[in-house]
Design a protein around this ligand. Structure first.
Ligand SMILES: [Zn+2]
Length: 278
């Protein structure tokens, strides 16, 4: 019925009540670190997220309303600039209890094979789909840990939302929809930084081979390096997603490594949360 459809579409989502929001602030340093205006904006976006996305816990996981708000609010951090338009194009979040392969080597370590087996048949297909319109797939153990104690350079749902924003223009290429001039500058600056990271990793590997150093040895303290997770060098879209994680959790590291990229992300997302706020 058109009228019912119209009314449902027009109805604003249920507001997040004060007690629940206070509980989130106590739990989530990244949300606490936003200024009051951006906190209020995030609260509205999180309500819209909870209204529009199905959150489906899998494999016996249960998520209460506070958990769902924690997930939704962090998923909306990358929307503080672009707004609700960033929610378009997909409808479901599937949440697994623990570590499984979200993406190859995201944390630089292979996931446990026993846990890989919990992934049901068809995961590969869904993973492929998830670039554009398919569900977002998350590991709750990783995400909850990163919500309660932000880890510099890592924010799982920010990473996945960056991919969703990247896909909004129909192409996963490390560039979200932007005005044309800005898009050109973005492509130029991100491209140069991506090449620089790859060149640095290649040089490091060549030096290690010359000196007979194994890959798994820590580099010297004084070795110059970007200190950005090498996973960012996998592809331009991963570079954008990983740098987005740094923007929210380790902006100074990102700025030191790739100042032009840090500048674009600050313009796109707004200022990073202050993690010293108690
Ligand atoms: Zn990724």
């Amino acid at each position: 019925m058109p009228w019912a459809w119209w009314r449902r579409w027009r109805t604003p989502p249920a507001e997040i009540d004060d007690l629940r929001w206070a509980a989130l602030l106590a739990r989530a340093p990244l949300v606490r670190g936003l200024d009051p205006l951006r906190q209020a904006r995030l609260r509205g976006l999180a309500a819209r997220f909870l209204d529009g996305k199905a959150i489906s816990p899998a494999h016996g996981l249960t998520l209460d309303d506070d958990d769902r708000l924690a997930l939704a609010s962090h998923a909306c951090l990358p929307l503080l600039g672009i707004g609700e338009a960033g929610l378009r194009g997909w409808s479901e979040v599937i949440v697994h209890p623990g570590a499984f392969r979200v993406e190859h080597g995201r944390h630089g370590a292979p996931h446990d094979m026993d846990e890989l087996e919990v992934v049901e048949d068809g995961f590969e297909d869904r993973e492929g789909e998830s670039w554009e319109h398919g569900p977002m797939v998350l590991s709750w153990a990783d995400l909850d840990a990163e919500i309660r104690a932000p880890e510099p350079g890592y924010q799982l749902v920010v990473h996945e939302m960056a991919h969703k924003l990247d896909a909004l223009d129909g192409v996963m290429d490390g560039t979200p929809p932007l005005p044309r001039d800005w898009q050109r500058e973005w492509a130029r600056d991100f491209g140069a930084a991506f090449e620089a990271l790859n060149a640095e990793l290649d040089a490091r590997e060549a030096a290690a081979a010359r000196h007979g150093v194994h890959d798994d040895e820590e580099p010297d303290e004084d070795e110059a390096g970007t200190r950005i997770d090498p996973y960012a060098a996998e592809a331009p879209e991963e570079f954008f997603a990983v740098c987005s994680e740094y923007h929210f959790t380790a902006p100074d590291t990102l700025r030191a490594a790739f100042p032009a990229v840090a500048e674009h992300l600050e313009r796109f997302y707004g200022p990073a949360p202050r993690l010293d706020v108690q």
